[in-house]
Ligand binder design. Structure first.
Ligand code: GTP
Ligand code: MG
Length: 371
């Protein structure tokens, strides 16, 4: 088998290229998302195994040749050792090393039906068919014998390897870090900012400020004002673009500034452009796109596509406590080649927020449950 790397702008694009270049039989072994050093663009890379007949022949020829070399080596060793009257050492060519660990007593090998059940389960959990294929390829290529007992562990490991997460890193007393949250209406942007602001101030003892540019929705400023008074976190309101330099000057000693934006429909291109103009002035280091875990994949992909103008750096999935399937966390993250940074699991500030972890996300996807 030959190993090749294929790159694309997203999972679908990379998978299509694999099909075009190496055909349907190419096996996807692993996937990776990284940033291009030159332009910072996200790149989706698939590692594929190709097992074409010609390559098999070449491989077999090569191994016959290798075997000859080993036999020759062994003969020489025997001669030397016989001369010294010592025990013969046998060199074992690598290909003879058993690939699979034998099943232990009482362990039963997985059947086709077991794998079909996994496929059905992942479909119910709304995992994309293309991603399910990758998981199946991981299982097929497992170096360990799959048994009924260890199957779930391997599915979870495969899902976990596909989940890309990131962290909010802040260097205290260095330059101010600006984090903006964008997203459609009512997904939980403001609540999430309140949670993050409270955690970073109380737990991490950082100097935190909140700016809202949501002067549109009735009560939006009051919502944050009440929180700001209770938590003693400074809040400023940007009514117009020309307010931004003054706000930044007032918050110049902060470690962290959160920018709350007005929720807009992804279809409202003009309103999105207005938010974009504000954000451009704030020059955020991070832009989190808040997405509701309860929305359909079609809807989430539409939002993700239309919010691309904000150059979001990570995804935040809100309301996981209300969702019944979590496949979309993986689908949207892989298809947009964007890591997940936080999940929110309720209305309580600051408790109901979780830093995204691949193992946890894999677990909720596969089990469909949070506990
Ligand atoms: N169940 C649940 N409710 C949440 C979660 N996050 C936010 N909410 C609730 O969702 C509602 C909307 O939250 P907001 O934070 O105001 O949402 P937003 O995105 O700022 O809304 P707009 O600014 O109007 O676009 C509120 O009732 C929140 O308490 C969550 O993780 N789980
Ligand atoms: Mg809001």
């Amino acid at each position: 088998m030959k190993i090749r790397k294929v790159r694309g702008d997203n999972l679908r694009d990379a998978t299509e290229r694999v099909k075009q270049e190496y055909g349907e039989d190419a096996i996807i072994l692993s996937s990776k998302i990284f940033e291009d050093d030159l332009n910072g663009k996200k790149i989706f890379e698939l590692t594929v195994g190709i097992d074409s007949p010609e390559e098999k022949e070449i491989e077999e020829e090569k191994s016959a040749e290798e075997e000859e070399i080993f036999e020759e080596f062994e003969r020489k060793l025997r001669m030397i050792h016989n001369e010294k009257n010592e025990e013969v050492v046998t060199i074992t060519p690598a290909k003879n090393i058993p690939k699979f660990k034998p099943a232990g007593a009482g362990e039963e090998k997985v059947s086709k039906e077991d794998l079909k059940e996994v496929i059905e389960l992942l479909k119910v959990m709304e995992v994309d068919v293309e991603i399910i294929k990758i998981v199946m390829n991981h299982l097929k290529n497992s170096k360990v014998l799959l048994t009924k007992e260890n199957l779930s562990k391997h599915v979870l490991a495969s899902l976990s390897s596909l989940v890309n997460t990131t962290r909010l890193n802040i260097k205290k007393s260095k330059e101010t870090k600006v984090v903006a949250v964008v997203g459609p209406t009512g997904v939980g942007k403001t609540t999430c900012i309140a949670k993050l602001a409270a955690i970073t101030k109380i737990l991490h003892k950082l100097e935190v400020g909140i700016v809202t540019i949501d002067t549109y929705r009735l009560g939006a400023i009051d919502q944050l004002k009440i929180f700001s008074e209770i938590s003693n976190i400074d809040l400023l309101v940007a009514y117009e673009l020309k307010d931004v330099p003054e706000i930044l000057a007032k918050f110049k000693d902060k470690d962290l500034i959160f920018i709350d934006t007005v929720g807009r429909s992804q279809r409202n291109a003009d309103e999105l452009k207005t938010i974009k103009a504000f954000l451009k002035k704030f020059e955020p280091d991070e832009v989190y796109l808040a997405l509701s875990s309860t929305a359909s994949k079609k809807n989430l992909m539409d939002v993700a596509e239309r919010f691309k103008i904000f150059d979001y750096t990570a995804l935040m999935f809100t309301k996981i406590d209300e969702a019944v399937a979590f496949g979309n966390l993986l689908n949207v993250s892989l298809n947009t080649a964007t890591p997940i940074v936080y999940l929110t699991n309720g209305q309580v500030i600051p408790d109901d927020i979780i830093a995204a972890e691949p193992d946890f996300i894999a677990k909720i996807i596969y089990s469909g449950r949070l506990d």
